[in-house]
Design a binder for this molecule. Structure first.
Ligand code: AMP
Ligand code: GLY
Length: 415
């Protein structure tokens, strides 16, 4: 089979790697890909959002399966266009992707179908929003209703912070012209439950946990994710059953009911609160960096899983029981401004998997070219061992302009 993966980050590197292990895959293309992905796939210079060009490419190259990484491609309608052209694609339509691209769509759906989530109100008017915040308690959570590259959520501890965030979102249109969802502040450990979904059919992957803050101890600004692991000691089988039944399956069925059946990966960003497990957010795609720690655990042929799910057939999905832990190396300054072009050495000494997030090849060497640059993932029978291994292996990478967190996975033992 000839397959196409759309995207360029560590998530796509992990998808490409998993596909490369499938005995039925002859050739993998990745658009646009990156320097690391180029070792496993032919990178094609088409952007994720150039839907028509991607569709033409898939037709001309007899692509039998396309797997979509980033939400921008989904919002651009890639799945709609591919389906209209009779091409098999693993990823939701633009309408179904609203579960991620519109906070209001997601919140209204959850309210209507009784999916547990934080209480909320939606506002377009600055004065009304401010009055609502003033009538409630702090901290309060303000979410821009649209894609904002992970930066559209503000947890305001003070009234001044809340006012400033509302001003950015509603008066100054910092992220675009949109509404704001104001929601109740929840507390508890967060985790990610990703599922393969087609219509009413929902198949879970191992649960994982991301680390969104830039620095140790969950300090500093929110990022795209600084590390992740699988095997969460604080999530019990009952928790998982509850989340599957009341959140993931209920939401998938709700979307069928609403006329926008979901096909692809439905990502539940969940929180285990004292009042039970609740939804923080949904994503309409594989998580990053969760994918980099989840997919190394798949035992089954992932190409067959993608095809079966996309075709509405029952897939066989088996997982290895080892734990995995990944540590992200990011450019100093990230998520703020940073410099690029620093040589990265020592990658060949690492005993583990390296997924490239933002690298380029220059004079035969990898150099930094993004905010998040690469992730080192190690596996071991227990989470502790996977953590120790990842900490040791990440230290082998030498580069003048990278930093990483040293406490990825510590939280697992503290809840
Ligand atoms: P989101 O983009 O919706 O995932 O939000 C980003 C981060 O903000 C989440 O990972 C949580 O840590 C935090 N957050 C979002 N909503 C809430 C909430 N209602 N209560 C507490 N924290 C939240
Ligand atoms: N790990 C968070 C995300 O993929 O959105």
């Amino acid at each position: 089979m000839r397959v196409l993966v759309v995207g360029s980050g560590g998530r796509c590197h992990a998808i490409v790697e998993a596909l490369s292990k499938s005995p039925q895959v002859d050739k993998i293309f990745c658009a646009p890909g990156n320097a690391g992905i180029a070792a496993l796939a032919e990178c094609v210079a088409i952007k994720e959002t150039q839907v028509d060009a991607l569709c033409d490419f898939a037709k001309e190259n007899n692509i039998e399966l396309t797997v979509v990484g980033p939400e921008v491609a989904l919002e651009a309608g890639i799945a709609d266009t591919f389906k209209q052209n009779g091409l098999r694609i693993f990823g939701p339509t633009k309408a179904a992707a609203q579960i991620e691209t519109s906070k209001q769509f997601a919140k209204d759906l959850m309210k209507k179908y009784d999916v547990p989530t934080a209480a909320y109100e939606t506002f377009e008017d600055f004065d009304a929003a401010l009055a609502y915040v003033k009538s409630g308690s702090l901290p309060t959570v303000l979410k821009y209703d649209g894609l904002a590259a992970g930066k559209g959520v503000v947890i305001a501890e003070t009234m001044e912070q809340a006012e400033e965030a509302l001003r950015d979102m509603l008066l100054d249109s910092k992220f675009g012209k949109g509404k704001v969802v104001i929601e109740e502040y929840l507390e508890g450990p967060e985790f990610s439950l990703l599922c393969f979904v087609n219509g009413h059919d929902v198949y879970p992957m191992p649960v994982s946990q991301d680390h969104k803050r830039a620095y140790d101890g969950d300090k500093g600004p929110n990022t795209g994710g600084m590390g992740a692991y699988t095997e969460l000691p604080f999530i019990t089988d009952e928790d998982l059953d509850y989340a599957m039944q009341n959140i993931m399956r209920r939401t998938a069925s709700a979307m069928v009911e609403e006329g926008c059946a979901f096909c692809g990966v439905l990502y539940g960003g969940l929180m285990k609160t004292k009042q039970g497990i609740k939804v923080i957010e949904f994503n309409a795609r594989f998580g990053d960096p969760e994918t980099e720690v989840i997919l190394p655990r798949i035992k089954s042929d992932i190409c067959q899983v993608f095809c079966d799910v996309a075709d509405g057939k029952q897939p066989t999905i088996e997982w290895h029981d080892f734990a995995t832990l990944g540590i992200v190396l990011a450019s100093k300054g990230y998520p703020g401004p940073y410099e690029k072009g620093f040589v990265i050495e020592g990658t060949e000494d690492v005993d583990g998997s390296i997924y490239h997030m933002g690298t380029a090849l220059k004079d035969g060497k990898y150099v930094t070219s993004g905010g998040r640059v690469m992730i080192v993932v190690c596996q071991a029978p227990t989470l502790r061992e996977a953590q120790q291994k990842a900490v040791a292996e990440v230290a082998k990478i030498k580069c003048d302009n990278l930093f990483h967190r040293t406490d990825i996975g510590d939280k697992a033992f503290k809840y």
